[in-house]
Each structure stands twice: as structure tokens, then as C-alpha cells.
Design a protein around this ligand. Sequence first.
Ligand SMILES: [Zn+2]
Ligand SMILES: [Zn+2]
Length: 484
Amino acid sequence: MSCGVRDWSAGYVSTASGFESKASLSALWSGRYHPWTMKPFELLLIAALVTSACAQTPAPSKEVEAVYPEARALYLDLHQNPELSSHETQTAAKLAGRLRTLGYEVTEHVGGAGVVAILKNGSGPTVMLRTELDALPVEEKTGLPYASKVHAKDDSGHDVPVMHACGHDLHMASLVGAAAIMAHSRETWHGTLMLIGQPAEESIGGAKRMIDDGLFQRFPKPDAGVALHVGNTLPAGQVGITPGIYNTNSDAIKITIYGKGGHGSAPHTTIDPIVIAARTILTLQTINAREVRPGEMAVVTVGYIHAGERENIIPDQAELGLTVRTYKDEVRKQVLAAIARISKAEAEAGGAPREPLVERVAGTDAVYNDPTLAARLRDPLEATIGRDNVIATGPITPSEDYAYFVEQGIPSFYFSLGGADPEKYAQARAAGTMLPSNHSPLFAPDVDRALHTGITAEVAVLRKLLNASTEELRTLTGAKAQGN
Ligand SMILES: [Zn+2]
Ligand SMILES: [Zn+2]
């Protein structure tokens, strides 16, 4: 059983790196989902899911095929040479070099390793397409022939493995493929195309640094912005559109709890901050369960607790690190206020010598998808990748700093790109499990299908936006006219 579409990887399978989607189904169906051990309805369910996952996927156009080998080669290169946030020197140089060759006016080192590439093509609106540049401190365990083996020093000087575990390599390859098509087909659009390679997305901060470095003063301010993110929540070949709130507000909170240190054998002479921290952690979990209205989205995760050095020493302070995720601003305010209140109350209950320090150390707002823009861009996507492959999707829980561009008054379309191998996706759904998510050491998108779709979708969206006049674009985006 396979998708009723052409073999997307044909012609590329013999590259040095090989390609995972050529794996046989018998290998995919090893273990508990071997076909001979499955009941007929299970096989039918998988067949139905695979069919729906691959339904009516058009063959890639000639213009996509023409740029694809280079885009795929770039993907493999970037995947095997990932760089950590704020260290994307080689990555940025590769992106800049390719865009320069395509005729773009390229500026490097905008807000760190940021790349800005401009292609002017007569009068018309300015449209921005953004990719991230950075990878993660994750050890790749996909077993792919082109798996990353890279290690690097992180910001604190520790040696860490590095992997493009969030798919930003695929975003870059997709952007360069789309950039090549747009450069070679200037008769199909007019206006200014602005491509952005943004560093330090994973650490949240790269978008702001580019803006602070004069992104929208030194270069034209876009009338609309576009970005995508690949993931395993959709099969490759599909895209997801989420009008309105796309993802979550993210707040990183550090809580420092003060106690009174002493000998582990004499707790009565101390104020133990570890016990206060333990109570605080448990009470924080009641925010969601008891304070936030049922049905509202809120996550309060304590990701680390740092306290103490030895078993017989009661330390004098403890530190908690939290991530807080919400969709709505009012829920965000409620949760942050509850965290501060509970931290103080638990410290007081424990007899702490002073109030804890509750700091918001990082964060970003939810990305907001202009609803009018999202509605208008469905048509060109359906026309190019197939009606059944454009899916309405709900908001997701991860966060990202594209929100900073939206806050600058750039109406935006941030969409999801399916990354999952359709057969594996169908099997996982049938089994009630999920494929490894972004940031997993096992994250392995179905590159050929996802990259073809990414390039096709980006070109379709850019052409739609760059065929309007500036005034028309403002009605397309539902945005009020804004001075630059
Ligand atoms: Zn990520
Ligand atoms: Zn990402």
C-alpha cells in the first residue's frame, strides 16, 4: 500500500545520503502492526487513513521539479551541518550565497546572523517570507544516512550534540526553492519580495534583534508576512490553516525561593527552601485545575528545580524554572498573577526570611494569523496542492517569536506544513499513538513530499499576494492602511 501519487523521491534516491521514504512497508510494519497479525478492520482503517492522507495530491509542477534538486541538496547540507541559536554563521552564509546567486540584493548580519534578501520587480506591495536558521542541542537518533553527527559548544561552553530537530533546515530549503522560482518567473508577479533568514528562534530573541537592528527602517516594511512550520501532526503533502490565534503566548518564569541554610541533621535550625519549593510546585499545579476556567488553554510546567549540593547540607535558596503557555491574554494575566501569589504565600507559610523573587526571564506573544488573509489564501493553496490537502487546523501549544513581526503591524499568514510520512502517520493514528514531535531526537520529516509541498505552497501564496496592488493587499489582509 502506498500513496496513489508519483514517487516524489524518484531520481534522487541514488544520492549519497539515500532516502528514508524508500523504506519497504514490511519494515514499517514490523512489530505489533505486522499486516498478517492485524485484524481486517485494522487493515481497512490504515488503508482509509493512508488514502485520506494522500488524497488527490497533484504531481509537482515543472517549475518545482526544476529547482528541487538544488533545494534538496541544500537541505541535506544544512541537516548535516546544524548550528545552535545565535551561532548560525555558516548557515546564514549558505543562505545568503544562494540568494545572491539568484539575483537578490542580500544583506547579512542583521540583528546577529540575520539575512535579508530583496528582489524588486516593479511597483506593488512588499511581501515578506521568513525562515529560521537555528538548530537545537539534541542528539539525532533517527538512524538516517544523513543524520547529524555535529557537536558544538553551547553558550555556557558545554559540548552538546546539535540537530535540526525542529525542521528549520526544511524551511530554509523550501524558502530557497521558492526564491528561485520567483526569481525565474518575474512575469507572474509584481512588487517587492523580501526574504528573511532569522537567527535564534529557538532561544526566542532573533526576531526582536533583527527588528531592533532596523529591519523595517533599513529595508521596506512589508504589507504582509508569510511563514510556515513543518511538523508531524499532518502528513506530508498537506498544509494546515489556522485563522486567528495560531499558537501560544509563552512566558519563562524564574522563581528564587529564599531559606536559611544549615546542617542536614539539624533542620530545626534552618528554613528549608527545598521543602518550600516542593510545596510551591504542587500548588502551582492547582492553577490549571482549580483557577482557570475549564476549557481555557493553560500550561504551567516546572521544567527544572535547582537546589543544594550535598545530602547533609540544607541550602539557603532554591530556584524553579517554569514555562507558561496560554492562548488568551486574560488567561495569561490570570496565570502569571496566580504564580506570583502562590510563590509568595508558600514562602510565607514556610517561614522564609524574605519574599521569593519571581521574574519573567523570557517570553513571546502568540502568533496571530490575520483571519481575512488566511481565508483568501486557501484558494491558491487548494489550486496547487489539492483541495483535500488544505486542512483547517486548531491552535498549537508551542510558541515562536514570529509574533514580534506581527506586533510591528505586519498582517501575517503562518501556516503548518505536513511533515509525517503518510504511511507512518496512518499507522500511528490507527494505533492511537503519535509520531515523534519536533525537538525529538527521532524527528524525521518525509523530506521529499514535505519539501515539494513547502516550495509549491510558498510560491502559490507569494504569487497571490504579489499580484495585488498595495491597496488591494490591505483589503486582502483586512489591515488598516499603515504608513511605513
Ligand atoms: Zn523548535
Ligand atoms: Zn521550529
